[in-house]
Design a protein around this ligand. Sequence first.
Ligand code: TRP
Ligand code: ZN
Length: 463
Amino acid sequence: MSQRSRTGAVALAALVLLVGGCTDAGGGVRGTPGAAGLRDPLFPKLGNGGYDVSHYGLTLAYDPATGRLDGTAEITARATQYLSAFNLDLAGLTVRGATVDGAPAAYNRAANELTLRPRDEIPEGTTFKATVTYTGVPEPLTDADGSKEGWLRTAGGAVAVGEPAGSMTWFPGNNHPSDKAAYDIAVTVPAGLDALSNGIRTARRTEKDGRVTTVWHEAAPMASYLATVAIGRYETGTATALGSVPVLTAAEKPVAASSAALRAEVPGILARQVKLFGPYPFAATGAIVTADGPLDYALETQTRPVFPASSFDRSTLVHEQSHQWYGDSVTPASWKDIWLNEGFATYGEWLYGERYEHVPARTRYETAFAQDANWAFPPASPPAAENLFDPPVYQRGAMVLYKLRETVGDRVFDEILRGWPAKYRHATATTDDFTAYAESVAGRDLDDLWDVWLYGDEKPSRP
Ligand code: TRP
Ligand code: ZN
């Protein structure tokens, strides 16, 4: 066989495997591998195709002295195609074993992809359970904009944050906001340390060797980027918000006293936000304040945002709590839709300022309008991964909402602001979903508004 025809034959065989896999009738190969990425416009390799996760059960043990993490991830998912193999996103760490529905699965690593090949193929529509055991010293990611995310080792322990991609540094999963799932996270740490995470704390026990395990449960669908763990010496405070929502705040010991007064404001701020945004979407709330260290920004981790001490101030707290409605409950379907998070959370600050701090939204809007940095690109199309958290996403995003309010009037705008997180509660949505929803509530076409404020390259001549 000539070189050329051999290549052709190999390609043909591969094609037969791929295409023929679906049409076989005689008990041969039927499945095909799930896609290795979801083709997100800004992060094409994040996430995976072929399945939809409903639950992550993470069992973690961390040793701050060595930085070593031992983990087991039990992932419950439904196949959305007939699967011969599927991928999970995982960065670094060493996989020690994998099973699917209890049977050992073959696995393979390449870059940030972990491929599992189950012994038996998985028919479309079937729910399966994949288990991955792993170990190693997690390495944080450095994003295109230079910020650090993922499992961050701190002086007193560790803190894990995952926007947009860092969750894959501490557990394998479908690491894209379009696939949300419930979580149970158990963390074992040396005695004397605390381990905080999302949702409700369901158990706390001392192991035979003296280490302490804390178990956390988040029942509402959560995007992987919103999962967190914070380990260290923390002081905790509890309260009740909105009559029935348990509040758990935690502050790392060196900063506990200085953060106490603002932590005590969490229930009060939440009560005000419910009036602005509608019913609180989750079963728990709180805040985690870490000593300053490798984490130098706050993140709206679900139910319990994380703050470095130096950015734990009232406006940041209001911002991260606003995200619980806008970002955490209604989650962007792709990273290009990030303004649905940041524009709304920034507008949430403006609205809070107007209602409760005597600063008109108009003032914030005019200030934002005047700043050149806010006009670098249209909020609905950040040009590249490094622009995800740039000023236009936050400030121009909030300006879109201000102009929408001006266009449709306060009453209709209020209905849109509350109706949006109600309609897409615990789901994902796109920018098109938002513009269509706003138009349906307003009862009119708003193309002129979107063309200029959401998609337009040019700064309008006047505010
Ligand atoms: N989403 C965070 C917020 O606005 C901000 C954030 C996450 C961020 N990762 C970042 C900001 C990296 C700058 C760089 O609440
Ligand atoms: Zn934000």
